[in-house]
Design a protein around this ligand. Structure first.
Ligand code: SF4
Length: 441
């Protein structure tokens, strides 16, 4: 028989639905250790924990592991008052957990006494004051500081980009893995459209203007199929339908570009979602190239990267990002494909974000000597092998630094824009003020 089904709520429980709900969940958890009951306790106003902190810990616990242990090990960096609130919550539950389960009435009284004096909503005049708040023990002795290294043995261009953008973000994602990005419809859109184009080019490895009608019909099916496979990751059916329509319009514009390109420079798709690897200075860099094309006239290879988020809008802008070591994606692909024996002549970013715009790739020709300077807004330009070589040297230096295990401090970015969609903003106490706040000072 389940304990919470037999107990009569103690007199100490304030007569509010909130408090009775909390008591029921607490009894359920005490008798069964049901994680859902524990999460309900955490999120209740009776827990004394701010809602956003509760949500962060709930998300953390759902991704594996014990919620109480996560709190006790202080997996989230919190301001002092919030830290104390979560630790107090865990300590109280631990004390209740230790009570003998036969004495249901005593358990009910203990829960009411420990928690229900701290109900913040709705306030009640007869809410009893917690008569015996649980005292926290002496703090653990601080461990000696030490270096940190990545949890994964290999590197990717994304991880190096993250480190270059904000070392602290890299630390949260690759060293702690504390909170995973829960994903978004934008991210799922990207996954689905990559999948659709991978399927599409399996059938159309050599797009030709003569097959335009067939390609247009086929890509409609490929998009629908790819999105159906990811349907569960969209929050609502409406969101799903909107994103499918957006992808269908983008896909037709993509075919426009394929037909035009096949007419002017026939090519063959020789790789789709191609795994690539580069070994440098004892480090493993791994990734996937979205598409690899071979020019049918010259035999030269083009590395194609699909982009469904914001990207550089001109070749000069992307080249500047490479030169200032803010983006390693295409340099990494260049060196990985070259190491496999491909003669890479072009690097291209294909924008697939905006369904209202034509697909107008940013293309850079790889040149041996000094690369000429392109017009600032021109989609095509060039980049020199020297510049790519410098990017490679910087990648190696970053890998050396991260793999050394001596990094003990991870600086936060100074660019507030980097924080806008950062999944770790809640835990990060070092983020720079938003641009608006700077003007307010
Ligand atoms: S919130 Fe900003 S400073 Fe903090 S980890 Fe994220 S990007 Fe870095």
């Amino acid at each position: 028989m389940r304990l919470h089904q037999t107990i009569i709520p103690p007199k100490a429980v304030p007569d509010s639905p909130l408090a009775r709900r909390f008591l029921t969940d607490a009894l359920a958890w005490q008798s069964s250790h049901d994680p859902a009951a524990l999460e309900a306790l955490l999120r209740s106003p009776c827990s004394g924990i701010p809602h956003d902190v509760a949500a962060a810990y709930a998300t953390f616990a759902r991704r594996g592991g014990s919620l109480l242990e996560a709190i006790e090990h202080e997996r989230l960096a919190l301001p002092a008052d919030e830290r104390e609130a979560v630790l107090r919550f865990a300590a109280k539950l631990r004390a209740i957990e230790r009570l003998p389960s036969e004495d249901a009435a005593a358990i009910g009284e203990a829960i009411a006494s420990a928690f229900l004096g701290t109900v913040r909503q709705p306030p009640s005049a007869d809410t009893p004051v917690d008569p015996a708040p649980i005292k926290l023990g002496a703090g653990e002795k601080r461990e000696a500081g030490g270096g940190v290294r990545s949890r994964v043995a290999h590197f990717s261009a994304s991880s190096l980009n993250a480190f270059a953008e904000c070392e602290r973000k890299w630390y949260y994602r690759y060293a702690c893995g504390a909170i995973d990005d829960p994903g978004s419809s934008a991210a799922t859109y990207g996954t689905a459209i990559h999948l659709a184009l991978e399927d599409f080019h399996q059938e159309f490895a050599r797009p030709s203007p003569g097959e335009e009608t067939v390609m247009r019909a086929r890509i409609v099916d490929d998009v629908r199929w790819a999105f159906e496979r990811n349907r569960a990751d969209f929050e609502t059916p409406v969101e799903f339908e909107l994103q499918v329509r957006r992808a269908q319009r983008t896909a037709q514009r993509y075919v426009d570009w394929l037909v035009e390109r096949a007419r002017t420079a026939p090519f063959e798709v020789i790789g789709r979602e191609l795994p690539v690897r580069l070994e440098v200075n004892g480090h493993d860099l791994m990734g996937f190239v979205d598409r690899l094309d071979r020019d049918l006239r010259s035999g030269a290879v083009a590395v194609i990267d699909y982009k469904t988020g914001a990207i550089a809008t001109s070749a000069a802008e992307y080249r500047e990002k490479v030169r200032s070591f803010r983006d390693f994606q295409l340099p990494f692909y260049y060196w990985a494909c070259s190491a496999s024996g491909d003669k890479v002549a072009w690097l291209a970013l294909v924008p697939l974000k905006d369904a209202t715009l034509d697909v107008r790739p940013v293309v850079m020709e790889v040149v041996a000597g000094a690369a000429p300077v392109a017009r600032r807004d021109a989609p095509s330009g060039s980049i020199s092998i020297d510049e790519l070589e410098r990017a490679k040297r910087r990648m190696i230096a970053l890998c050396d630094r991260i793999a050394s295990g001596t990094l003990a401090y991870f600086a936060a970015t100074r660019d507030p824009q980097a924080c806008t969609y950062c999944a770790y903003a809640l835990a990060c106490t070092a983020r720079p003020p938003a641009t608006g706040s700077q003007f307010d000072r």
